[in-house]
Design a protein around this ligand. Structure first.
Ligand code: GDG
Length: 468
């Protein structure tokens, strides 16, 4: 194949993710502009993207025709087009109504729809084609998450010269659940096209290794699986994290101080329990509300002394189970406030929208108790953000055993969100904890979160992928 000089150069470090790290907006002259969307992943990969000839391939959101590739913030941005049908079947359908629930304990019944699968294959091929076109000879391609599990193999077929890494941000289920997937072999083989497959926790990597043995007849060892054509695929856990120092700095800022004063006076002279979650059924918001309601009813908490602030920006609203969840949560919040709220002082302050990072940092700073109670979560970054924001070293993190983060933050107040009575006891113990006890737990967690930040994650996984 003949290539001209420019094409031959290409990008030496490519990131592929469902979404681009930029959002579009229309400026005062009616022109489309782009600004970086905030997020740890892009911050962590930025040094590598800048150091090398970096490019990011992803969907810009929306279904209008995307712009040609452009440069932003020192990297090349390559938008992938999705039609309305692609969005419905690849994104809302197969990604978010099949894979997402299946990988999260099937707590909502996964839908197995053959046309959604067809579209998933088609869109994954589109990403692989774009990467094949963009990657420089011998370059490295780092593929993100469950929406793109077939890309490693598709790309390897097109470009055997590139190094391919894959990272799964969500849990990887055990055989009993994964087996339900009619296309399970295709997904396994898709992933095995990579040179390195990273998971959040050891158990997820273990589940994957077991499946290569049971479904594909391979003989994996602890961290490695030898794929069919004699390639070594490294499989390991790389717990993702946050830009801890950034949170610490933000939490100390004058803007945050100002907001703290405002919030404290608005919330009345009460202690604050905080929840911050995308409105998703995996996050256990319903169990948290149930435990809180019962504690108010039992007298374990006094409605005069406490307020639950729940930030819950809606997400995936066009997927049925999400719309249903929103109704349920809002009904429960209404019920609690009807029963225990007073005029101007609700027992639950429910914020069904996205706050900015300064507002979040202010809430982290004033929350006596932070409740992170997912039923299943790959990692969970919110709990790490709370820890990084506790600049005085006190505070109480109540953390579900089923969040990946529980493997690291062992000094949290761990709980089982299925066990409402147990969760109530844990909340009560945290509520009563002395300042000394809080600091003992928090300082260990802060040490961990500062040492294992997202830069550390990026350097570990990229090192194992063979680039430093
Ligand atoms: C997936 C996995 C894994 C939340 N509300 C607001 C807001 N947020 C931010 C948080 C945090 C992020 O969104 C949520 O991250 P999580 O990790 O908690 O959860 P998922 O969205 O489900 O993420 C998860 C993660 O990928 C990374 O690998 O940890 O397990 O499910 O950063 O602060 N941000 C703003 N306003 C809000 O109202 N600005």
């Amino acid at each position: 194949r003949k290539k001209d000089k420019k094409e031959q150069k290409g990008s030496t470090f490519l990131v592929l993710a469902n979404r681009l790290p930029v959002d579009s907006y229309t400026d005062e002259n009616g022109n489309i502009q782009w600004k970086r969307s905030p997020g740890g992943l892009v911050t962590a990969l930025e040094p590598m993207l800048k150091k090398r000839e970096g490019a990011w391939i992803g969907w810009a959101g929306g279904t209008s025709e995307p712009p040609a590739p452009f440069r932003e913030d020192g990297m090349k941005i390559v938008p992938i087009e999705l039609t309305q049908e692609d969005v419905e079947e690849y994104y809302e359908g197969f990604s978010n109504a099949t894979l997402w629930p299946l990988y999260h304990d099937a707590m909502v019944t996964p839908k197995f729809d053959r046309s959604w699968w067809g579209k998933y294959v088609e869109v994954n091929q589109r990403f692989a084609d774009a990467a094949a076109k963009e990657a420089a000879e011998g370059g490295t391609v780092f593929i993100q998450d469950y929406q793109l599990q077939l890309v490693p193999q598709m790309l390897r077929e097109l470009r055997p010269d590139v190094r391919i890494g894959f990272f799964l941000h969500i849990p990887f289920p055990p055989k009993e659940l994964f087996s339900q997937l009619p296309w399970r072999r295709r997904v396994m083989e898709g992933l095995l096209g990579a040179d390195l497959i990273g998971f959040q926790v050891h158990g997820a990597a273990r589940n994957f290794l077991d499946l290569t043995r049971d479904f594909l007849g391979l003989s994996p060892t602890e961290n490695t699986v030898v794929a069919k054509d004699g390639r070594q695929v490294k499989v390991d856990d790389y717990p993702i994290s946050i830009s801890s120092k950034e949170y610490d700095t933000l939490a100390r800022s004058a803007e945050v101080e100002k907001l703290i004063h405002q919030y404290l006076s608005e919330l009345g002279n009460r202690r604050i329990i905080l929840g911050v979650d995308r409105l998703d059924y995996t996050k256990g918001i319903d169990r948290r509300l149930k435990a809180y309601r019962e504690m108010l009813a039992d007298g374990m908490l006094d409605p005069e002394e406490v307020v639950l602030v729940q930030v819950a920006p809606p997400s995936r609203e066009r997927v049925e189970s999400y719309a249903k969840l929103r109704e349920e949560v809002e009904r429960e919040v209404g019920g609690i406030n009807g029963e225990f709220g007073r005029f101007g002082l609700p027992a639950v302050d429910y914020i069904p929208r996205s706050l900015n990072r300064t507002e979040l940092a202010a809430l982290f700073r004033i929350a006596d108790l932070m409740m992170v109670t997912p039923i299943r979560d790959g990692m969970n970054l919110v709990c790490k953000e709370y820890v990084a924001s506790r600049i005085f070293g006190n505070g109480n993190l109540i953390l579900s055993e089923f969040a990946g983060a529980a493997q690291e933050l062992k000094e949290a107040w761990l709980c089982n969100p299925h066990d409402i009575d147990g969760m109530k006891e844990v909340v009560k113990a945290a509520w009563d904890a002395s300042e000394e006890e809080q600091k003992r737990r928090m300082s260990t967690m802060r040490d961990h979160v500062f040492e294992y930040d997202v830069d550390r994650w990026a350097s570990d996984i990229l090192h194992d992928l063979g680039i430093d």
